[in-house]
Write a protein that binds this ligand. Structure first.
Ligand SMILES: Nc1ncnc2c1ncn2[C@@H]1O[C@H](COP(=O)(O)OP(=O)(O)OP(=O)(O)O)[C@@H](O)[C@H]1O
Length: 262
């Protein structure tokens, strides 16, 4: 998927929020978008999701199945959580059972019979996440998904992101708190001054935030990339352990699938 010379402003005479943005996303990539409040992260995500059309430039090769969880999930709808998710499943061609399973995984089973309007911000955030995952997305876009989540769900979310990207999906996550800064192989974009640039996050990350919480979780993870097909070749690259994250990040940014053996 590619953004070519994309510029955007909300009104004809309004300020440019993004100007001449050039970006590529590759299957299996995980991209973290950071930037100050009001920098344009949500706007970029809405352009990627296709909810906003560029004012200039073009977006090409957006995949067919897009999951999008907005930064604020709209709860002013006259449904219970279960009825809303069943309805969204029907629209998306997913199974209602997957909504129930996801609710269990994201510690939200107890919310299913509640009216949407009664949800707290963190609970509403979870329902926004579940609806984005109802059918396995080829492009998953999460706008500030960690805000307001309980600890169990915060630990589960990186595993879900890893599963989607391991299956070849592209994941883009905006997060001004940098929760994914040490996510293995993640690409990082900084939105500032109406431009989007790759950057290397500051050290000092808290790995416990983004890695499997304990070995049992690690055991449950599928391999990071599927087994290669007959038309693919595998090249092993041995690097110093301290350089592994950087090398993997560069390879993924160039569109290669990577797998770490240690
Ligand atoms: N619907 C809109 N109409 C007009 N201006 C908007 C609209 N949505 C956002 N903006 C403006 O566009 C700019 C970028 O907003 P955006 O929400 O994309 O930034 P952000 O980096 O996601 O910020 P935050 O971290 O606070 O969510 C801001 O100046 C904001 O006020």
């Amino acid at each position: 998927m590619r953004l070519s010379q994309v510029s955007f402003r909300y009104s004809r005479r309004g300020p440019w929020i993004l100007k001449d943005v050039e970006l590529s996303l590759h299957p299996g990539s995980v991209t973290e978008v950071t930037g100050h409040n009001g920098a344009g992260k949500s706007t970029l995500l809405r352009l990627l999701a296709g909810f906003l059309p560029p004012s200039h430039g073009s977006v090409s090769d957006r995949p067919g199945t897009v999951g999008y969880a907005p930064d604020v999930f709209p709860t002013d709808q006259p449904f219970t959580v279960a009825a809303y998710l069943a309805h969204m499943s029907r629209i998306r061609g997913g199974s209602p059972a997957s909504a129930v399973e996801l609710a269990g995984r994201l510690n939200a089973s107890h919310l299913l019979e509640q009216p949407l309007g009664d949800l707290s911000k963190g609970s509403a955030q979870k329902i926004g996440l579940i609806q984005a995952l109802l059918t396995p997305p080829d492009l998953l876009i999460l706008d500030e998904p960690f805000a307001g989540l309980d600890e169990q769900t915060r630990a589960e979310l990186p595993l879900i992101i890893d599963e989607i990207s391991s299956a070849g999906g592209m994941v883009v996550v905006s997060d001004h708190q940098n929760q994914l800064r040490t996510f293995p192989g993640a690409v990082h974009w900084l939105v500032a001054d109406a431009t989007v640039t790759p950057h290397t996050p500051e050290p000092g990350a808290r790995p416990a935030d983004i890695r499997p919480a304990h070995p049992r979780d690690a055991d449950r993870l599928p391999p990071r990339v599927p087994e290669p097909s007959a038309r693919q070749a595998v090249i092993e690259v041995i690097v110093d352990a301290g350089d592994a994250d950087e090398v993997e990040q560069k390879l993924r940014a160039d569109g290669y699938l990577t797998r770490r053996s240690s």
